[in-house]
Design a protein around this ligand. Structure first.
Ligand code: ADP
Ligand code: ASP
Ligand code: MG
Length: 412
């Protein structure tokens, strides 16, 4: 039997009623002759609630116990989905990550998938099971501890299963009907794309478009998984949603194809560090060891052998970063005058493969922001994207102004 992977996000399984609704979708695919692997997220809001419990209990928590707690939301929805399917006379059972087993590294809260042995589930399909319901987001480390794959990680579970089982397609059902030119929740002119290239999706995801976890796009690209994003709230045809595919499959490429935003960014500046060889390593090594995800980095002009070093990281990692830097200062590895934090910034990015061959995108982006009176604090670029850090209060305005200026509401 051909295998199909169907993933349902939090809002799609928010309560028993919604679970029944999406179970019917699964039934449609079973009736077409597929063996289906369903990957479920926790009910909407559940993972946040669990994260809050952990942070309330232990601010600088043990990541292994964090994973034990936050992975539990998916266990509930996997069991409920299997029960719902059984009520519909569809042979189904649930699998937690460790039961499959979905083997990962030991990098707790950001584990990577190492292997997914297929024998157990394939045997059950051979025995007549039609649907394997798998708890997304979770796996097991070589030490036998429960791991999680980072927020939004069920997308990655889904794509990894599609690759491991050589599935015909991986359908990601969510609360929007595809990938848009920007987040439809903050820009009403956002346009749904029928297709988007892997590389563009990869950039959009890593720059904050949470519709797909970045790692899931990387995996789909590497293993050539046919990946589709579509709505669990509407009747779906086989052509619905957005197909994430190779660049060659897209006829017209826009210079800019999307605008992404990332709300919870923080900017930290180390004032007056000695400007000497090895200083960047001395600053960023302890940050990396403390698990801080540093994103943008700017080193200012040096004066009298001293310089300021600015970097950005997620807001919830500021305390960790500060602790690591103060420890490095106390041990004499680095010396700085002060740390200045700005936790009210956000990152806005424009993305497009067409930028490779077109100039002027950065200049246009900066002009649009300046016309709106928005000050740019940090800039970074790559071949197909430009990102800026700005005050968070201008986030919606910046996204909308850029969407208008690059005419993303119009098809190429
Ligand atoms: P799920 O719970 O199904 O995994 P997520 O909340 O993780 O859903 O992702 C879907 C959300 O991603 C949408 O509700 C939308 O607000 C947001 N989003 C951000 N950027 C985009 C984009 N470019 N296209 C579509 N959705 C986007
Ligand atoms: N429930 C997890 C989260 O909210 C994983 C997921 O939904 O993909 O991040
Ligand atoms: Mg998600």
């Amino acid at each position: 039997m051909p295998i199909l992977v169907m993933k349902f996000g939090g809002t799609s399984v928010a309560n028993p009623d919604r679970i029944r609704r999406v179970a019917k979708r699964v039934g449609v695919e079973v009736a077409k002759g597929y063996d289906v692997i369903v990957i479920v997220s926790a009910m909407a809001g559940k993972t946040n609630e669990l994260v809050n419990y952990v942070e309330e209990t232990s601010p600088l928590f043990d990541a292994r116990e964090y994973d034990a707690v936050v992975s539990s939301g998916e266990n509930v929805t996997a069991g409920l989905m299997a029960l719902t399917l059984q009520e519909m006379d569809i042979p189904a059972r649930s699998w937690q990550g460790w039961q499959v087993p979905l083997l990962t590294t030991s990098a707790h809260s950001a584990a990577r998938i190492v292997d997914i042995p297929t024998e157990n589930i394939l045997r059950k399909f051979d025995e007549g099971m039609k649907v394997a319901v798998v708890a997304g987001f979770q796996g097991v480390s070589p030490e036998g501890r429960i791991t999680t794959l980072g927020r939004g990680g069920s997308d990655t579970t889904a794509v990894a299963f599609a690759a491991a089982f050589d599935a015909e397609r991986c359908d990601i059902y969510t609360d929007v009907d595809g990938v848009y030119t920007t987040d439809p929740r903050i820009c009403e002119k956002a346009r749904k794309l029928d297709k988007i290239a892997f590389e563009e999706m990869l950039e959009l995801a890593s720059l904050g478009a949470k519709v797909l976890q970045t790692r899931s796009v990387e995996l789909a690209m590497r293993y050539n998984v046919k990946l589709r994003v579509l709505s669990s709230f509407e009747e779906q045809s086989d052509e619905a949603g957005t197909l994430v595919c190779d660049e060659e499959e897209i006829m017209e490429l826009n210079v800019v194809s999307g605008v992404a935003h990332s709300r919870d960014e923080a900017k930290m500046t180390l004032i007056s560090v000695a400007d000497r060889p090895g200083i960047a390593a001395a600053i960023f090594m302890p940050l990396s060891e403390a698990g801080v995800n540093v994103d943008m980095i700017v080193q200012n002009i040096s004066e009298d052998g001293r310089t300021d070093m600015t970097f950005s990281c997620p807001t919830n990692q500021v305390a960790r970063a500060e602790e690591a830097l103060k420890k490095a200062k106390d041990s004499g590895e680095i010396n700085f005058h002060d740390i200045v934090e700005d936790t009210n910034v956000c990152k806005i990015s424009v993305v497009g493969i067409g930028m490779r061959s077109h100039t002027g995108v950065a200049a246009k982006m900066f002009k649009v922001l300046s016309d709106e009176g928005i000050n740019i604090k940090v800039i970074t670029t790559s071949e197909i994207k430009i990102s800026v850090l700005i005050d968070r209060k201008y986030m919606e305005l910046a996204v909308q102004a850029l969407h208008d200026a690059f005419e993303l509401d119009k098809a190429a």
